[in-house]
Design a protein around this ligand. Structure first.
Ligand code: KIV
Length: 277
C-alpha cells in the first residue's frame, strides 16, 4: 500500500536525495488521478484564479474559493500531501486573521498545510501559524501575488544583490519553521545553491533541476492552457487538442443524427410502444 506522505517523509526524501513530485489540482477527479499516479504532493494553488476561474491573475481569489476547491481535492486524496494556498490579502492584514484563514484551509478544506508568499516581512505571521499547529510552506522568487510590485512576470535573483536577498530570506524562512520552500522563476544555479544551504526541501518551478522537487500547474503539464507558454513549462499531454477534437466530433455526430446510436439507447417492451401514441 502506498505510504501516506507527511512532513517527515518529505524531509527524509531530501536527506536521501530522492526527488519530490508536486502538481497543482483544483477538483476531485484531478486529485483522484494524482493519487493514482502516486505523486507526493498536491498544491491547491491560488493559480486557481487564472487556471480555472478565468481571472486575469491570482489577486481576486477569495478564501471561500480556496476552501471550496481544497475540500474537493481533499475528498479525492488519501496518501497525497495536500497544501493549500493562502490567497492575496488573507494573511497581510493581521496575524489573527492569517491564523484564522490558515485554520479554515485545514479545518474546513482538509489540507495538511498552507503556503504563503514572501520572505522577511512574513516571518511573524509564519511563526504564529506554525504555533497554531499548521505546517507552512514558503514561496520565494517570482511570487505572483506581488505582480504589481514586480511590474510583470520576471525572473528573480539574477544579480548578486538580489540573489543574496533571496538566500537570506530562504534562511530566515527555514529558521521560522517552514517545512518546505517553493522557488519560482529563479536562475538554476541560484536555486541549486539555496537548496544546498537549506535542510528543508526546495520545490522548484522555473528554478532548474537542482531543487529537491518540482511543481507544475495542472493545465500547463497537461497542455490544456493555450496562453503563452513560459520556458519552464513542459507539456506532458496535449489535452486542449484532444478535448476540442472530441467536442467537435460529438457536435458533428449529434448534428448528423449519428449519436446516440442504438447501443447508447434504452429499449422497452415492443407492445408498450403503440400505447405511447
Ligand atoms: O498557485 C500556484 O499554482 C503556485 C505554484 C505556481 C507554485 O503557487
Amino acid at each position: 500500500m502506498a505510504e501516506k506522505i507527511t512532513v517527515s517523509v518529505l524531509r527524509e526524501k531530501k536527506a536521501q536525495g530522492l526527488k519530490i513530485t508536486m502538481v497543482t489540482a483544483y477538483d476531485y477527479p484531478s486529485a483522484r488521478m494524482v493519487e493514482e499516479a502516486g505523486l507526493d504532493m498536491i498544491l491547491v494553488g491560488d493559480s486557481l484564479g487564472n487556471a480555472v476561474l478565468g481571472y486575469e491573475n491570482t489577486l481576486p481569489v477569495t478564501m471561500d474559493e480556496m476552501v471550496h476547491h481544497t475540500r474537493a481535492v481533499c475528498r479525492g486524496t488519501r496518501h497525497t500531501f495536500v497544501v493549500a494556498d493562502l490567497p492575496f490579502l488573507s494573511y497581510h492584514v493581521s496575524v489573527e486573521q492569517a491564523i484564522l484563514n490558515a485554520g479554515r484551509l485545514v479545518k474546513e478544506g482538509g489540507a495538511q498545510a498552507v503556503k504563503l508568499e514572501g520572505g522577511k516581512e512574513r516571518l511573524e505571521v509564519i511563526k504564529r501559524i506554525i504555533a497554531a499547529e499548521i505546517p507552512v510552506m514558503g514561496h520565494l522568487g517570482l511570487t505572483p501575488q506581488s505582480i504589481h510590485q514586480f511590474g510583470g512576470f520576471k525572473v528573480q535573483g539574477k544579480n548578486k544583490e538580489q540573489a543574496e536577498k533571496l538566500l537570506a530570506d530562504a534562511l530566515l524562512l527555514e529558521e521560522a519553521g517552514v517545512f518546505a520552500l517553493v522557488l519560482e522563476c529563479v536562475p538554476a544555479p541560484l536555486a541549486a545553491m539555496i537548496t544546498e544551504k537549506l535542510s528543508i526541501p526546495t520545490i522548484g518551478i522555473g528554478a532548474g533541476a537542482g531543487c529537491d522537487g518540482q511543481v507544475l500547474v495542472w493545465h500547463d503539464l497537461l497542455g490544456i492552457t493555450q496562453d503563452l507558454k513560459p520556458r519552464f513549462v513542459k507539456n506532458y499531454a496535449h489535452l486542449h487538442d484532444d478535448i476540442t477534437g472530441a467536442l467537435k466530433q460529438y457536435k458533428a455526430e449529434v448534428e448528423k443524427g449519428q449519436f446516440p446510436a442504438a447501443e447508447h439507447s434504452y429499449t422497452m417492451k415492443e407492445e408498450e410502444i403503440p400505447r405511447l401514441y
